[in-house]
Design a protein around this ligand. Structure first.
Ligand SMILES: Nc1ncnc2c1ncn2[C@@H]1O[C@H](COP(=O)(O)OP(=O)(O)OP(=O)(O)O)[C@@H](O)[C@H]1O
Ligand SMILES: [Mg+2]
Length: 245
């Protein structure tokens, strides 16, 4: 199952992604993809990350001779991607890194897309934490999303913005299964006004996550988001997992 998270800046995509990844890893092997050039999923997960897909791409575009004679570019890239993968328990973490520099990247992106499609089959869950601009989604490196989770702040305008972003993903030709709205950082229960706004904007389902003091303190400390099971974010994410699995 491929789960992609999107939403405007600072709404909680990476915090929610990290909890999803941690909780789903108890159910099966998870491919965690940090598709934000300002990588912060590894920090939130408390995992190390060194190589990025962007670095591999740039190395090959700058110096095509780097590919050893006798193996295809495709094989070489697939091996390099495996090397850049950070494996921890039931989580394999892949960091996309910085976007393209100068030069022609069409070939590289096609190869990446193929490698990615092949790799995803080995995982029970793939979770993609996107940047606000969804650059990687628009490069169609991700073949499809069975579930697109649109994260919003608890406002009607925020929900409309999330709905527009969902349309962008469809417009660039990405196949999307369910579109679920997550209203994050709520001071209490989901108000009827916001539930109605979600319905009016055509989301298939709505999930709610309350403001979580544990997330706030982890942010102050700059530490990984390892939360107690009864914290608001943990509970909210557990209910989303029930909704989608
Ligand atoms: N439910 C919550 N309760 C309390 N704080 C939260 C909650 N969700 C997110 N935050 C805080 O909001 C801030 C932004 O969260 P996060 O980095 O997850 O958002 P993002 O959408 O990934 O941002 P960006 O667009 O920059 O990637 C962080 O400081 C995080 O700790
Ligand atoms: Mg983020």
């Amino acid at each position: 199952m491929i789960i992609a998270l999107a939403g405007k800046g600072g709404v909680g995509k990476s915090s929610i992604s990290s909890q999803l990844i941690l909780q789903l890893s108890k159910k099966g092997l998870v491919l965690a993809v940090d598709a934000d050039p300002n990588t912060n999923l590894p920090d939130k997960l408390g995992l190390n990350a060194e190589g990025t897909i962007g670095e591999i791409r740039n190395r090959i575009v700058k110096d095509p001779d780097i590919v050893p004679k006798g193996i295809s570019k495709h094989e070489y890239i697939a091996t390099e991607i495996r090397k850049a993968m950070h494996e921890h328990d039931n989580i394999d973490l892949l960091v996309m890194g910085r976007p393209e520099g100068e030069g022609c990247y069409c070939f590289m992106n096609n190869v990446l897309r193929e490698c990615f499609s092949g790799m995803i089959k080995n995982y029970k869950f793939t979770v993609v934490d996107n940047e606000a601009g969804m650059e990687h989604l628009s490069r169609k490196i991700l073949p499809r999303a069975d579930v697109l989770l649109l994260v919003s702040d608890p406002t009607r305008i925020g929900i409309r913005t999330a709905s527009r972003l969902a349309s962008v993903a469809s417009e660039v030709g990405m196949q999307i299964g369910r579109r679920i709205l997550i209203v994050n950082n709520l001071p209490g229960d989901l108000p009827k006004e916001l539930a109605d706004e979600a319905k009016a904007n055509g989301f298939d389902d709505v999930a709610a996550i309350r403001h979580d003091p544990f997330v706030y303190s982890a942010g102050l400390e700059g530490s990984a988001l390892r939360l107690p099971d009864d914290s608001e974010l943990s509970k909210g994410v557990a209910s989303i997992i029930k909704m989608i699995t």
